[in-house]
Design a protein around this ligand. Structure first.
Ligand code: F6R
Length: 243
């Protein structure tokens, strides 16, 4: 594993954007796995800046997002498709057809998840997968449980995740109860993984994920077995974790 400890959230975002930019410069036809949530917002803003400054292009890039709430249409302002349009896709030269987010509006979970997994395979797999870290150790919406879900599947959101995500909705009752998410196996099959972690409130789970035992009760801990992981965290997250 490669570890970068950056002083601030802005430094963490810049470092992560540099790594993704380098990936696109080396291989302009890369397939990226993308994440939503609060953590990558700065990194996406930096990538937009890099695009506007002509340093990178997304013209030949393909993307697959980790997850989507079940039951939300792409137009819903809390859907992950909407998030991606607003934070990245609408501001760069990516082909809209080359961007995929699981189809949360499809009530047929099996069809939605199987076709997503198949599309990733047909694209030749993911070159670089971006991840955030949930407070309970989840990656994508792979919540703590007694096994590692392998492929894209429907996941019930835990109470703690619904509470954490309620900040984006009018009330907790409005947070969807389920999501379609890449499986842990889908993530582990990516050729490179980039995880970004910010804030003292993530220190405890950061320690469990990277310095504790590998267990499906801390889904991110499986990354200890991935051959090419880069972890970029800010000082607040790392200092608490290493204490
Ligand atoms: C988002 C996702 C989640 C988040 C995680 C951290 O697509 O899959 O696993 O990465 O919940 O979220 P933030 O960054 O909001 O703390």
């Amino acid at each position: 594993m490669q570890l970068f400890i950056e002083e601030t959230y802005e430094d963490m975002s810049r470092r992560a954007a540099d790594l993704i930019a380098a990936q696109l410069i080396v291989d302009p036809t890369s397939t990226l796995g993308l994440a939503t949530g609060s953590t990558p917002i700065g990194l996406y803003a930096d990538l937009v800046e890099d695009f506007q400054a002509d340093r990178i292009s997304f013209e030949q890039v393909t993307t697959f997002n980790l997850d989507e709430y079940r039951g939300l249409s792409p137009e819903h302002d809390q859907s992950y498709r909407y998030f991606m349009q607003k934070n990245l896709f609408d501001h760069v030269d990516i082909d809209p057809e080359a961007t995929s987010v699981p189809d949360g509006a499809n009530p047929d979970a099996q069809a939605a998840c199987e076709s997503y997994e198949q599309a990733i395979g047909e694209a030749g797999g993911i070159d670089l997968q971006l991840l955030g870290l949930g407070h309970n150790g989840h990656i994508g919406f792979n919540e703590p449980c007694d096994h590692f879900p392998v492929r894209t599947h429907e996941a019930a959101l835990t109470e703690s995740t619904r509470q954490a995500n309620a900040r984006f909705f009018a009330s907790e009752a409005e947070v969807p109860a389920a999501a379609y998410t890449m499986g842990v196996g889908t993530v582990m099959a990516a050729r490179r993984v980039l995880m970004i972690v910010t804030g003292a409130d993530k220190a405890d789970i950061l320690r469990k994920a990277f310095l504790g035992p590998v267990t499906p009760w801390v889904p991110a801990s499986i990354l200890q077995f991935h051959p090419d992981v880069t972890l970029i965290c800010d000082r607040a997250a790392w200092d608490g974790a290493a204490r």
